[in-house]
Design a protein around this ligand. Sequence first.
Ligand code: 7TS
Length: 416
Amino acid sequence: MNTIELHKDTSFDVNKLREQFPILNQSVNGKPLIYLDNAATNQKPLSVINSISNYYETINSNVHRGLHTLSERATEAYEASREKVREFINAKSANEIVFVRGTTEGVNLVASSFGKANINEGDEIIVTEMEHHSNLVPWQNLCREKNAVLKYIPVNDEGELILDDLENLITEKTKIISVVYISNTLGTINPVKKIIETAHRHNVPVMLDAAQAAPHLKIDVQNLDCDFLAFSGHKIYGPTGIGILYAKEKFLEDMPPYQFGGEMIKSVSYEQTVYNELPYKFEAGTPNISGAISLGAAIDFINSTGLEVIADQEKKLFDHAMNRMKEIGGIRFIGTAKEKASVISFLLEDIHPYDTGSILDNLGIAVRTGFHCTQPLIEQRFKLPGTVRASFAVYNTTEEIDIFAEGLKKVKQMLA
Ligand code: 7TS
C-alpha cells in the first residue's frame, strides 16, 4: 500500500460513520433530524444495538450463579466487559470497576457508603458551583443527615473554577472533594489533576464526575490519581441503565456495602453474613447484564473510531458553530473557558430559552433548554432563566450546524 492509499484509508468519513447510526436517518416535524442534544445522551451505533439483541438471542442467563453453559457464557461476556472498562480508563485492576446504573448511582454509592463510614458531625465536603445535580444533591443530603458542611469552589464569569483559594477551603475537617471533570452546562474542562494534587497534599480523597469527560477525552485514572470516578454508558454511545464507578481498591475494601442481597454475599446464615470479594460486594442483585455487555460494545466503537478522531471532529464542529453563531449577532455565550469541550450554552437576544428550543424543534433540530440539571449554577451564579444548549458528537456534520445557524436566524427574526 502506498502512502496516498494509506492516507485515504485512515481519513475520517462522517457520512460513512453515520450509516452506523440508523436513528439519525429520519425526519422530525417534516424536517431531517439534526440531533444536537448529545450531552444529554448520544445515539447508539448498530454494533451496540446488535449486541443487546444478540445477548438476548443467544446467551441470556444469570451471571455468577449457574454452572450451566449459558450462565458461564453470560458471566464470561459480563466480566470481559468489566475488563474493557478497566482498560478504557487504565485502572490497575478489574476489582476497582463496579457496574452501576450510571453516574448518578456511582455518586450515590460513594456518598452513601463512604459517607456512612467517614463523615461525622462538623466534617466538610467540597464540591464546585458548577456541579450537575447528581454530584450535588447526594452530598447535600449526606451533609444534612450527618450535620456536616458542604463547601463550594467558586466559578468565574467565564465559567472556570477559581482555584486560588482551594488551599484555604481545605481544612482538617475536609473528608472528600467531588468535582465535575467537564461541565455539562458550560463545557469547561476542569484542571482536575491540579485539584487532585492539592487535595492529596492534605490527604483528602477526590471523586470525579466523568459523565461528560468519558465521551470526549482519554481518561487515565492512574495518571490522574483520582480516588473515585463515575461515568454513564449512555453518554459514550452505549445503553441507558448502565455505568461504572471506579474506586481505588483500598477504599472499596474499607467501605461498607451500598445495597444488600444476592451476589454481594460470600455466605449467609440466619445469624450473619460474610460479604463477597471486590467488586461483587457492591453489586447486589441481578445486574444489568445486557447493559454491561453492550457497554463493552460501546467502548469497542470508541476505540475503533479513535478518541483522537472523535475529539478532532468535535473540535471542528465546535469551531464552526462558534463562527456561525457569532455572525448572527445578539448571542450571549454562557461558559467561555479557555479549556472547553463541544458544548455551547447560550441565550439569543432576550428570547426565553424555551421559545428558542420550541422553534428549533419545529425545524427538526434537537437542543436542550433550561437548567440542564445545574439549577444553582444557572439561577444563583449566573442569574439566568435557563440557557439553550447545543452539544455535538462525532456523527454531527458542519452542514447540520449551518442549518442550525439558519434556524437561529429564523428565531431571531420571529421573536427578537
Ligand atoms: N454529571 C454530569 C456532568 C452530567 O452531564 C450528567 C447527565 C450526570 C452527571 C448524570 O448522569 P446520569 O447518566 O446518571 O443521568 N447530564 C445530562 C444533561 O446534561 N442533560 O441530560 C442529562
